[in-house]
Design a binder for this molecule. Sequence first.
Ligand code: Z5A
Length: 211
Amino acid sequence: MKAKYIVVEGLEGAGKTSAIDILSQTLSRLGVNQLKCVREPGGTPLAESIRQLVKHHQDPTDPMTEMSECLLMYAARSQLVNNVIRPQLAEGIWVIGDRHDLSSRAYQGGGRQLSGMVDNISTLVLGDFKPDLTVYLDIEPSVGLQRAQARGQLDRIEQESLAFFERTRDRYVTLVEADPQAVFIDANQPLKEVQQQVIKVVEQQFEQWQC
Ligand code: Z5A
């Protein structure tokens, strides 16, 4: 079987970290022993520098414009896809991504209301490159924000309004419903239930890939 690219998506606090752990364990139980996990923005030295910028840039004399934020997300993605993900897949190594293009479409497209621009940049940067499977963890924005707040200081994007995260979530849901390679999981449930669903989704998808 060719190596696959699987992405976990969702608002902050949706439980992506634990979903990725369970996903890795399930794949390894199914016999996938070459596996790499990456995160966006980030995953290469240059992309990690961009991550620092988009999460922590705070300068009232030079605030980050919405367009710059969007372009930086795609600059980081271009580094990661071309220097890490494509080469790993070509070598037969499976890749699990903590976020990918759907994040830009939801946060910058929905939250920032830049969907026309995002569509164009996405086509330019990624062409027809896309994940083999996206697992979307859906959570009430207020619950996700409470979980993020419980962890400590909020970063630049986490400080956005509830309305921003509601627009982001609405866009996520619309995009996931339209994508046959994306699966919706209700992450408002207890962690154990969410993990069981992740396992089920991966096992079913793996069976289909084997056919
Ligand atoms: N961003 C963007 O705008 N555009 C883009 O294109 C990309 C990203 C790629 C990345 O920050 C930020 O960049 C993010 C989107 C934006 N910003 N915001 N806001 P990040 O990578 O640092 O943040 P994150 O991806 O949102 O990670 P996170 O906050 O750590 O979320 P998570 O990984 O989904 O959460 P978690 O660590 O798994 O869980 C959080 C806590 O909740 C933890 O204590 C868990 O034990 C608990 N938890 C998880 N699930 C449950 C359930 N089911 N019940 C109870 N408690 C739970």
